[in-house]
Design a binder for this molecule. Structure first.
Ligand SMILES: Cc1cc2nc3c(=O)[nH]c(=O)nc-3n(C[C@H](O)[C@H](O)[C@H](O)COP(=O)(O)O)c2cc1C
Ligand code: SF4
Ligand code: SF4
Length: 298
């Protein structure tokens, strides 16, 4: 059987969720390895793989610098099939340029053929998504997964349209490179809430959290991944300048997917305001790709 590897960085595990779905989708045709990177992940030899997927959550219209620093060390053999699977909390086309650095690394290795897919997931920062909203996002993701599978099996290539403006915005907003460092000076744990369960210390992907004299302390190489504050069982972590945007508590994706009462809620259609305006267009684009591959396979 052919071999695939999904190399990804995840903060609060949304990217891991997508990686697992991709694995399920293609496992009839590929033996799939997962590589979720953390502080100690060595550069991996890709020569034995046929298919290589690179996945990340979008941070401020960019790929997280931690993931980019990891990929920088990698050699990308030319004669392989590549795809990028990214995800984010909003579907603005401005996100289309977020992979520009990854594309640069691929091209540096003479890899000019690759595809890119943008999955829709709930925010892990800013505000909590309603279950009915997530249900609709997952409907679109389910179709996009079919498109991805079709492209892989047919060796088709698919790109996201970028332009000068998207590229410029992405370059200007590369703030997360410094943001984590600066913001970590303001991280605090509320002693009255903290039960010293150690989850945050254990789960931080870059060992930025430690105990000192029985208290939780932070170092200053935070990735702003939100894993500690998102999963803290007592909501005891205050995330400095982003405190007003904190989201605490995991989304129950399996429960949401099987909640048949959410099926016809038409959540997006009923929303007002700029934030929701881009979704119908994105849903329509995914529907179009999905219908095209369905028609092709008839
Ligand atoms: C520091 C930070 C910046 C983010 N910036 C964006 C953004 O520019 N656009 C967006 O749609 N989502 C943004 N998000 C939301 C995440 O991309 C989204 O929730 C993603 O699914 C998280 O994936 P993960 O659980 O694998 O980390 C941001 C999240 C964080 C923590
Ligand atoms: S996860 Fe929350 S409750 Fe547990 S040790 Fe960390 S701050 Fe305290
Ligand atoms: S301190 Fe928290 S937000 Fe920063 S890298 Fe660690 S888990 Fe992520």
């Amino acid at each position: 059987m052919k071999k695939a590897i999904l190399i990804y960085y995840t903060g609060t595990y949304n990217t891991r969720y997508i990686a697992e779905k991709i694995k399920e989708k293609i496992s009839d045709s590929y033996d799939v390895d997962h590589l979720e990177i953390d502080l100690h992940t060595p550069a991996v030899d890709l020569s034995s793989y046929d298919l290589i997927g690179l996945g990340y959550p979008i941070y401020a219209f960019n790929a997280p610098s931690f993931f980019l620093n990891y990929l920088k060390k990698m050699k990308f053999p030319k004669d392989k099939q590549y795809f990028i699977f990214k995800n984010s909390g909003e579907s603005f086309a401005l996100n289309n340029a977020s992979s520009r650095k990854i594309i640069k690394y691929l091209k540096k290795n003479n890899v000019n053929r690759f595809s890119e897919y943008h999955f829709l997931m709930p925010y892990n920062i800013h505000f909590r998504y309603d279950d009915a909203f997530i249900y609709e996002l997952f409907e679109a993701d389910r179709k996009l997964l079919e498109v991805l599978k079709h492209d892989i099996l047919n060796d088709d290539v698919r790109h996201l349209k970028s332009n000068f403006l998207y590229d410029l915005v992405s370059r200007i907003l590369r703030i997360q490179t410094f943001g984590g460092y600066l913001n970590s000076y303001f991280y605090r744990v509320e002693d009255t809430k903290c039960i010293k369960c150690g989850l945050c210390v254990k789960k931080c992907p870059v060992e930025n959290i430690y105990y000192k004299n029985g208290k939780i302390k932070f170092r200053h190489h935070c990735l702003m991944c939100m894993r500690c504050s998102f999963y803290c069982p007592k909501d005891a972590i205050s995330i400095g300048m982003l405190q007003k945007w904190k989201v605490n508590g995991a989304y129950d994706f399996e429960k949401i997917c099987s909640a048949s009462n959410l099926k016809d809620s038409k959540y997006v259609e009923k929303q007002q305001g700029f934030f929701f305006k881009c979704y119908p267009k994105t849903f329509a684009e995914i529907d179009k790709m999905y219908n095209q591959i369905q028609n092709k396979s008839k």
